[in-house]
Design a protein around this ligand. Structure first.
Ligand SMILES: [Zn+2]
Length: 81
């Protein structure tokens, strides 16, 4: 029982779509990820006193590529350090 049947249907429809698709897309290449994401990137940035973390889902390919890139960046920093 709903006061507004149209709003009720709209709410139910959006919920159903989210539940039925439930497909994650790679944050880097936008490919759909089947099952669990292979890995997740970790974005960390600061804005004043605020520290924010984001872990976007990544497919196997991008998780590997980004992981290698991050390792390479870190090793360069250490060498320069
Ligand atoms: Zn990807």
């Amino acid at each position: 029982m709903s006061i507004d049947p149209i709003a009720d249907v709209a709410l139910r429809a959006s919920t159903t779509v989210a539940e039925e698709t439930g497909v994650l897309h790679c944050d880097a290449c936008n490919e759909p990820i089947e099952g669990e994401p292979a890995g997740s990137g970790l974005y960390v940035w600061t804005r004043g006193d605020e520290v924010r973390y984001e872990e976007p889902p990544l497919c196997m390919c991008c998780a590997t590529a980004i992981g290698v890139t991050a390792l390479a960046a870190w090793s360069v920093e250490e060498e320069e350090g």
